[in-house]
Design a protein around this ligand. Sequence first.
Ligand SMILES: N[C@@H](CCC(=O)N[C@@H](CS)C(=O)NCC(=O)O)C(=O)O
Length: 380
Amino acid sequence: MTKPHLLYGMAGSLYTGKVRAYMRQNHIPFVEHKAGGKGFSGQIVPKVGRWIIPVVETPEGEVIQDGTVILDYFEASGASKKSIYPKTPVMRAVAHLFELFGSEGLLRPAMHYRWNFDEINLPFLRTVFGDVLPNGLTGEAKEQAFLHASGRMRKAAVAFGVTPETFDTVVGSYADFLGRFNTHLQQTPFLLGGHATIGDFGLFGPLYAHLARDPKPLHLMQTTAPRVFRWTERMNMPETFIDEEVEQVGDALFADNEIPGTLKSLMKFAAEEYLGEIAAHVEFANNWLAEQTGSDPTKMGLGRGIGMTSFDWRGHEITTAVMPYRFFLLQRLTDWVESLEDKDRMAVGALFAETGLASILDLKTSRRVIRKDHLEVWAD
Ligand SMILES: N[C@@H](CCC(=O)N[C@@H](CS)C(=O)NCC(=O)O)C(=O)O
């Protein structure tokens, strides 16, 4: 019998959820280990160079970190039943847009609904965080370890722009998003049609691990956006479920020239919610790179963020962490569009212009972000 893959993660982890769902959908046998265990801290963390999940260890002993890199490893190995990369130019660009927006643009509601409703969420979160705490802790030591881990995440929420001044706006914009996605899912089982793409997997991180598991947002999703909740179940299912009442039946994705209005509405939401932020981050990074005169950027450890920058978000000036990983995902969109023939590039450009997203296709950092030894680094 072939050995299974090992997945190191946590039930409540946003990025672990994306990898787990992919492995389930593609019937890839795996064993999930809690990341607080000795196997992870003793053997995996030294190989990866930092404490971060998800990590997959292949049957051959290769260690892979990063949700997107892991999905690409499986796609390249032929494990995918239906590729998560659409074959047509426009759909593939839309898939990359939602890969970026889903992974990185819904962190405000994901963090707000996890960390700002302690009365409802905290008993659940104490248990969930058991997955990442060292084995064997009890009593006060366990509580202290939870307070330490959760304290770091509360700080991360602030670094994504979730502060008392923005709470109401986070709630309002998330309700808007849920409404649009719920309406879209009336006609399609997945974001882009009959099967999951990289766009679904991007959205799934925040929408499942936080927003469809923690008690406060789970109730909100079930009561206000039941089709989105059902989509989170479908994303986690190894079996196919057919509902003939949904207009899009079968595996096919939408045709490039038949983009539903409900999908355009979601693209417009991504523009309103996230375009200002990613543009401000690219500008900050380019200024930051220009200032690095005394040292070689390619040799720098970038960590999770290179600084903080401010911009207008829905009428608030907010300050958020500039994370090079986002440029790595943005490049996947812009590289794809640049690789297209003129007529296809124009078709993508027309859809992005119609939905307020034209300028995202021109956003570029003056150095590319690449991944080396499990870390993000600037390229030469
Ligand atoms: N780009 C990474 C992000 C992974 C990530 O941020 N994981 C979180 C848990 S969901 C984590 O490990 N956080 C620990 C930390 O930052 O200290 C991926 O997609 O794998």
